[in-house]
Design a protein around this ligand. Structure first.
Ligand SMILES: *[C@@H]1O[C@H](CO)[C@@H](O)[C@H](O)[C@H]1NC(C)=O
Ligand SMILES: *[C@@H]1O[C@H](CO)[C@@H](O)[C@H](O)[C@H]1NC(C)=O
Ligand SMILES: *[C@@H]1O[C@H](CO)[C@@H](O)[C@H](O)[C@H]1NC(C)=O
Ligand SMILES: *[C@@H]1O[C@H](CO)[C@@H](O)[C@H](O)[C@H]1NC(C)=O
Length: 836
């Protein structure tokens, strides 16, 4: 009861604290068919439910368990996945008839392959549901033919294709976790294909070993000579809550041959323990969804083996969320070698043991033990302690993504340090690539891999080939683990914080770290562009010399011709989903009375003589600022409105770095303009008609064009000293703030701040309402407008621009990624000044 109230309290607390979870936004998003992340598909009209994957040792053949078929796919080619052979294996008409007579849906009666494992060098072992009457068969992997010998699949494969199971073959023996009956209520963990003195083993039929489990995965640990099973089940030890689900790890020893009298042909080494994915004083993420093993780093002890699992919660406060927890093998081992709870087999109640310890449950070699010891094992197989996650905390929590599958890889970065990269599949069909940092998880990218919701899918990582296979009902998709060439400037390459990718200053491209010997620009931990791209800058200076800087030749930006009183909308592409966009006008303030900052980063205003002129849009990410677009808004058919002689762009372009600091703080000037980018960069298909300013285009000659398939103008500039300080003071955008009880105070303060912000905004809206009545309807600005923008302030700003520019001009120009390109090919369609 005591623990019940504790749990209730935790529920309440978590419900209260949950809003302070920081968003985990993928930095870049690639939709299906995006050129930046080319996927290779295998689809065939006569093949479906391709959900079980098995990769050959050389990584050239992918065996796929499908509906009524096993496939061998040729995956050795870079550009395509080809069908090598297909083995049909379907139930007969009579089997199907019987299946539907038993009341099963016809769509569930085919043979869904659910076990696919290498048996030995020459054969693959496969099992399928076979019209709710599971069967297993031997497939010759060379000839890809089925042998005449087939086995009954009871206890090896589920009857129902929607029931999850797990299977692993070690030394020619099959270890499985599945339900062993038609109705799906006799779960069993068993061993099959044992020969000689070794007999097939299973769990004793008496109740209590397993409680309505959902099997997730199984792993062989060579050093231990043990198999671990991962599953969730009803936690009977918590009898105070109805159907409280717990996640479990269980173990069996491979040397087990069953007891001599007690536990004959039954496991004597079965033990289970709770896997607790829970941060201190928070509600646990209690339902395991998937788990993958990360072997220890080279030279590290086997005990450092880690298991990364995805967990969701059974409670609605946490619905839609998922957490990743990691568990260390040494922690699992010490829980299994500790104390055990006692099961009263009459009442099926668990209690803490008081009787004398007769045996060590979970110990290998118990098959030789006395009947007394084995009777003890029958009642003491649930470990007293739970396995806690590494660091006693969650590796990652996502409030908005429901993860279902994962695979994990250790990647050596350019600094020779190892980083853990997780590939996580969401319910909605995206593959997230996340790197685990001190400050939390950073999602490098998301790639859309399927469109329809899929009930059962799988992930298979091929580290040597650098690809991931996703098996779904729609087909098989191959995703390269990285595409470094997508990042076409050093800042982009560094900001990605992708351990696979680094900036090569020689070839001036973002390249795979594993392919390169030279030192690359990369900063996984901090994403500091300045430091990581410094070497690149030096190389660039050496090569081009300070005199040949393209600074003076940058174009004046895109010309936008408008009529007065027209509503103008200027687009600002986001550099990434983590960047924030800001607008600036040289020599002028963007008064919130005249300008509307829209959610997608664009700027909207009414064309009046005051609003004509130049506009710059910046994108700031992780303290690094780059110019994304420059516009020159000009009155239509009025050639003398603004001439290049009035504005000399090269003098204005090197923006003073202090602005990046000032702009990030919400103030009356930036007001509603400060927002998080909701726009998705790769999703944006920027199609704008551009005109060029003839007077300036001739200056364009010495410009290096490094724009690859990008449909917007990108200018980058090097950040100065101030930005470095800024970087130190402000936490990284992607950092995940931990959520602690003591942070309650912070939450309250934030609440107060929010309220005052709300009031301010209300006042602003009211003021806006009043003002809108005085907004000029004709093209001439009223005196009111002029008065609202104090002249002194303008003058001061102008001075700022000029003085800062003097100090920065040369510096900026040396930025390696400086791109002065303004008329991308194929622009058409929406005018930026389309009236809205
Ligand atoms: C990588 O990105 C580049 C640039 O967007 C693109 O051209 C290339 O096709 C991509 N490659 C893959 C394998 O996705
Ligand atoms: C098989 O695939 C179809 C879609 O192609 C899906 O609706 C069905 O649920 C899948 N069946 C199983 C058992 O996964
Ligand atoms: C592999 O297993 C199959 C089926 O039991 C058997 O026929 C075959 O001889 C085995 N091959 C080897 C190399 O042991
Ligand atoms: C224990 O069992 C093994 C077979 O697994 C046997 O070889 C061994 O002799 C037995 N040891 C004892 C002490 O009985």
């Amino acid at each position: 009861m005591e623990s019940y109230s504790l749990l209730a309290l935790t529920v309440a607390l978590l419900g209260f604290l949950s809003p302070c979870l920081t968003r985990l936004t993928p930095r870049v998003s690639f939709l299906m068919g995006s050129p930046g992340r080319r996927l290779t598909h295998f689809r065939s009209h006569d093949v479906s439910n391709t959900t079980i994957l098995l990769l050959s040792e050389d990584g050239d053949v992918l065996y796929v368990g499908a509906r009524d078929a096993v496939l061998a796919l040729d995956v050795g080619h870079k550009d395509a996945i080809r069908l090598r052979s297909k083995l049909d294996w379907s139930p007969s008409e009579k089997d199907l008839e019987q299946c539907s007579m038993k009341g099963k849906k016809m769509a569930d009666c085919p043979n869904f392959i659910r076990v696919l494992q290498f048996l030995n060098n020459t054969h693959i072992y496969a099992c399928g549901t076979f019209a709710f009457s599971p069967r297993c068969t031997y497939i010759n992997s060379k000839t890809f033919t089925m042998s005449l010998k087939s086995d009954e699949g009871r206890g090896r494969c589920p009857y129902d294709p929607y029931q999850r199971n797990t299977a692993i073959i070690v030394d020619g023996e099959l270890y499985t976790g599945t339900v062993a009956d038609y109705r799906g209520n006799r779960p069993v963990i068993s061993r099959h294909l044992s020969e000689g003195r070794r007999v097939d083993l299973k769990l004793d039929d008496t109740l209590g070993w397993l409680e309505d489990p959902t099997f997730i995965s199984s792993s062989f640990i060579p050093n231990e000579e043990k198999i671990y099973f991962f599953f969730s089940e009803v936690g009977r030890e918590y009898d105070f809550i109805d159907k409280f689900i717990v996640s479990r790890v269980s173990q069996i020893c491979m040397s087990d041959v069953g007891g001599q009298r007690t536990l004959q042909r039954r496991w004597t080494t079965f033990a289970k323990a709770q896997l607790l994915c829970q941060a201190d004083s928070e509600l646990p993420y209690n339902v395991i969804q998937d788990i993958d093993i990360l072997p220890p780093a080279e030279g590290a002890p086997a005990d450092d083996t880690l298991f990364y699992g995805i967990f969701t919660s059974q409670w609605s406060v946490n619905s839609g969320r998922s957490a990743v927890c990691s568990f260390r093998l040494s922690d699992i081992k010490s829980v299994f070698s500790g104390n055990y709870k006692v099961l009263n087999r009459d009442t099926l109640q668990w209690s803490t043991r008081v009787q004398e310890k007769v045996a060590n449950p979970g110990e290998c070699g118990l098959h030789n033990a006395s009947d007394n010891a084995l009777r003890f094992v029958k009642e003491n197989f649930l470990a007293d302690h739970s396995v806690r996650p590494v660091g006693r905390s969650l590796t990652m929590v996502s409030a908005e993504h429901n993860y279902s599958h994962l695979t994990v890889q250790r990647v050596q970065a350019a600094n020779n340090r190892d980083y853990t990269v997780l590939f996580l599949l969401t319910e909605s069909g995206y593959l997230h690539k996340a790197v685990l940092l001190q400050s939390g998880a950073h999602i490098i990218e998301e790639v859309q891999v399927f469109e329809q919701l899929q009930p059962i899918r799988s992930l298979k990582l091929s580290i040597p080939k650098g690809v991931i296979y996703v098996g779904t009902s729609e087909g098989v998709v191959r995703v390269p683990t990285a595409n470094c060439s997508f990042y076409w400037t050093c800042p982009q390459c560094v900001l990605a914080r992708d351990p696979f990718c680094g900036w090569d200053p020689v070839s001036r491209s973002c390249v795979l770290v594993s392919n390169t010997q030279i030192s690359l620009g990369q900063d996984i931990d901090r994403g500091n562009v300045e430091e990581a791209c410094n070497s690149v800058l030096l190389t660039h200076r050496a090569r081009f010399g300070p005199n040949k800087l393209p600074v003076a030749s940058c174009p004046a930006g895109e010309l936008v011709s408008v009529s007065l009183n027209e509503v103008v909308r200027l687009q600002c592409p986001a550099a990434s989903q983590l960047s924030q966009q800001q607008w600036e006008r040289p020599n002028s303030r963007l008064s919130p009375d005249l300008y509307l900052h829209l959610g997608d980063g664009s700027l909207s205003f009414v064309a009046t003589p005051t609003t004509l002129g130049h506009y710059l849009c910046f994108s700031t990410e992780n303290g690094y600022q780059q110019t994304m677009a420059i516009y020159h808004v000009k009155q239509k058919s009025s050639p003398k409105a603004q001439t290049p002689s009035t504005y000399t762009w090269p003098r204005i372009h090197p923006m003073p770095t202090t602005h990046s600091v000032a702009r990030l703080r919400p103030g009356p000037g930036s007001g509603p303009g400060l927002h998080t980018s909701a726009g998705t960069w790769p999703k944006i298909t920027e199609t704008r008609q551009r005109e060029t300013e003839p007077t300036l285009s001739s200056r364009d000659t010495r410009v290096t064009t490094r724009q690859v398939n990008r449909s917007f103008t990108l200018w980058t500039k090097e950040s100065g000293q101030e930005e470095a300080e800024f970087h130190d003071r402000v936490p990284l955008l992607s950092a995940r703030d931990p959520c602690y009880l003591k942070e309650l105070v912070v939450v309250s303060v934030l609440l107060v701040l929010c309220l005052s912000l709300l009031i301010t905004m209300l006042l602003y809206v009211i003021r806006q309402r009043c003002r809108s009545r005085t907004v000029p309807q004709a093209g001439t600005p009223t005196r009111d407008l002029d008065r609202r923008t104090p002249v002194e302030q303008e003058a001061r700003r102008g001075n700022q621009f000029l003085s800062k520019h003097n100090g920065q001009a040369v510096h900026s120009g040396q930025a390696s990624g400086l791109v002065c390109n303004r008329a991308p090919a194929g622009s058409n369609g929406h005018l930026p000044n389309t009236p809205i």
